[in-house]
Design a protein around this ligand. Structure first.
Ligand SMILES: NC(=O)c1ccc[n+]([C@@H]2O[C@H](COP(=O)([O-])OP(=O)(O)OC[C@H]3O[C@@H](n4cnc5c(N)ncnc54)[C@H](OP(=O)(O)O)[C@@H]3O)[C@@H](O)[C@H]2O)c1
Length: 246
């Protein structure tokens, strides 16, 4: 079984790479930093029955980088694509330079759409596509307007694909993690009980991948409660709560 993972050298992507390699899948890892990719290859070891683990150096916020990875997906059918690489553009929108927001749009949306299209062109029955969104897909956080909107896009896009691809036997998942401890200090202001390790996010995603049932997967009880609350609470209340530093 072959899997291509974007953003595979850190955080959730690296946890996916480790878990899939341990299951005997052959991993193609994508990121911008070659020495991190090379280190990951050393860590993952020799590969699975379908060949050696491999990597592609690509900046998925650029058309060239996206083309490199789309070409690889078109050249050899993969059984699993994980569109994981994502970028936040924090700060009040009007006061933040556009050149922070636009790369986030390109990486979080354009690259996801282009790679999904290339993957689905060659994927066969049994294949799967995981697009990593966020719980901010359910309600936007003021101060992360563009990032939240890109994740709502990813979740919506993935749900429609889940339905479209079912007759082909291809499973599509929107994975919606909440705060995840991918980098030291990233969620320093969030109560520790609300922050999941990336391995827990990946374990939930891979369990759901085995079941191949639901289009949207929210890992963790606190995140599931948050998603439910966003459907019940008045929107101004949700926005005020999300804007308040925790
Ligand atoms: N961490 C959280 O709390 C959290 C919560 C909800 C959702 N998510 C989502 O989960 C996904 C993974 O997040 P994470 O926190 O695990 O990420 P992370 O720790 O910041 O790792 C990012 C990975 O993506 C790669 N990357 C970054 N920019 C790239 C680009 N332009 N082109 C190609 N690769 C790029 C990085 O390697 P290079 O820098 O070498 O390129 C690295 O491998 C993202 O989509 C994020 O939005 C995260």
């Amino acid at each position: 079984m072959t899997a291509l993972i974007t953003g595979a050298t850190e955080g959730i992507g690296r946890a996916f790479a480790r878990a899939l390699a341990a299951e005997g899948r052959t991993v193609t890892a994508v990121a911008r930093t070659e020495r991190h990719l090379a280190a990951l290859m050393t860590e993952l070891g020799p590969g699975g029955p379908d060949g050696e683990h491999d990597y592609l150096v690509a900046d998925l916020a650029t058309p060239e980088g996206v083309r490199t990875v789309a070409d690889a997906l078109a050249a050899a059918p993969y059984e699993l694509l994980i569109n994981n690489a994502g970028l936040a553009a924090p700060g009040p929108f009007a006061e933040t330079p556009l050149d922070q927001a636009l790369p986030a749009l390109r990486l979080n949306c354009e690259a996801v759409v282009t790679l999904a299209h290339a993957f689905l062109a060659t994927a066969g029955p049994g294949a799967a596509l995981i697009n990593v969104a966020s719980t901010l897909a359910f309600a936007p956080r003021p101060g992360q307007a563009v990032y939240s909107a890109t994740k709502a896009f990813v979740a919506s896009f993935s749900e429609a694909l889940w339905y479209e691809q079912r007759p082909r036997g291809i499973y599509v998942m929107a994975l919606c993690p909440g705060p995840t401890a991918t980098r030291p200090g990233l969620h320093a202001d969030t109560p520790a009980a609300l922050v999941q390790p990336p391995e827990a996010v990946v374990a939930t995603a891979l369990a759901a991948l085995r079941r191949r049932r639901r289009p949207t997967i929210v890992p963790g009880r606190a995140n599931t409660l948050f998603a439910a609350a966003t459907r019940i609470l008045p929107r101004p209340t949700t926005l005020t709560l999300l804007a308040t530093p925790r």
